[in-house]
Ligand binder design. Structure first.
Ligand code: UDP
Ligand code: MG
Length: 314
């Protein structure tokens, strides 16, 4: 009998988690007669009663397992912990807020079972219910990153997907600290089928992503999967050298032909500002990569577990 591991990362989801569990169980009973299930709830350092909810669910249902972090490590870390702990033949990643409809799971499972895919992933085709400015920047980001990165990033791709154990192992084998899953999923390859659906608003609670968090996540994605910005700095430098050389020639010729009236202070100041701006920007770009390398080299754990269901066996 096949077994599906359902991994749900939760950060302050005390309201959503019971709703999620109810809906998931409904789908399981209705659509999956001959399939074993395992729920892995990862508590990502929630400050509300999420952990208590998990323990409560564990009491009722031995299919439920939970992993509780010592603090908030971020969704990427939570997903990684879940993937490492999963024992199923197939593994799915879901959000606790029911934005990833469990009702799609049967279709995903059938596609893997019957059509030979290794992974069925989902993407939302609309960004309904999202601030327009956020959608705009998201679109710009995906255009940009697909130009400068080798792996393909799908616009609107969610983390919701069903994968074979083989693909999960490949992802778990990538132990990098700065995790950008959307990139990692396409990096490992395998046959992926994309399902599309309309955006669904979360059932309860509110989104954990501020604009600033998303911005930092975008930078993460770029530095993790592209080195083009580094090349960019060299190219800009080169262009500036050429321009400077031409300007020197122009000034020499002008001075020889017309004498040397001292002028041009305002333009000089502008140039100094502009060039030092470009330099600082390039330094910043290099700094981004350096800082990621720094964190990587320190080799810190991606997450720290405080307790799991194994610590609470009655
Ligand atoms: N999440 C998490 N750690 C965090 C932030 C979020 O585990 O630091 C979880 C959250 O509980 C939810 C999922 O990641 O299950 C997606 O978060 P959210 O719904 O806030 O993001 P959105 O759907 O708005 O992109
Ligand atoms: Mg959500």
């Amino acid at each position: 009998m096949d077994k599906i591991s359902v991994i749900v990362s939760c950060y302050n989801e005390e309201e959503s988690l019971p709703l999620f569990y109810k809906e998931m169980e409904r789908v399981r009973i209705q659509d999956f007669e001959n399939v074993d299930f395992e729920y892995i709830f990862v508590n990502d350092g929630s400050k509300d009663k999420t952990l208590q909810e998990m323990k409560e669910l564990r009491k009722q249902d031995k299919k439920v397992r939970y992993i509780s972090f010592s603090r908030n490590f971020g969704k990427e870390a939570a997903m990684y912990a879940g993937l490492e702990a999963a024992t199923g033949d197939y593994v799915t990643l879901m959000d606790a807020d029911l934005q990833d409809p469990p009702s799609l799971l049967r279709k995903m499972y059938d596609l893997i079972k019957n059509d030979g895919y290794d992974c069925v992933a989902t993407r939302r085709v609309t960004r309904k219910g999202e601030p327009p400015i956020r959608s705009f920047f998201a679109r710009v980001f995906y255009k940009l990153i697909n130009k400068i990165s080798d792996v393909e990033m799908v616009d609107g791709a969610r983390d919701y997907r069903l994968m074979t154990k083989q693909m999960v192992n490949a992802i778990v084998s990538m132990k990098e600290y700065n995790r950008y899953s959307k990139g990692l999923f396409s990096f490992v390859g395998f046959n992926t089928k994309w399902l599309e659906y309309e955006n669904i608003e979360r059932v309860a609670g509110k989104t954990k992503w501020s604009f600033w968090k998303l911005f930092k996540y975008a930078i993460e994605g770029i530095t993790a999967f592209s080195t083009t910005p580094l090349i960019l700095a060299s190219i800009i430098g080169l262009i500036f050298c050429v321009v400077a050389f031409i300007l020197i020639l122009v000034i020499i010729i002008k001075t020889l032909a017309f004498g040397d009236p001292t002028s041009g202070w305002p333009s000089l100041v502008c140039i100094v500002f502009f060039v030092s701006g470009v330099q600082l920007f390039s330094l910043g770009v290099i700094g981004q990569y350096l800082s990621k390398t720094y964190l990587e080299v320190k080799n810190r754990p991606i997450y720290i577990i405080k307790e799991t269901e194994k610590d609470n066996q009655e």
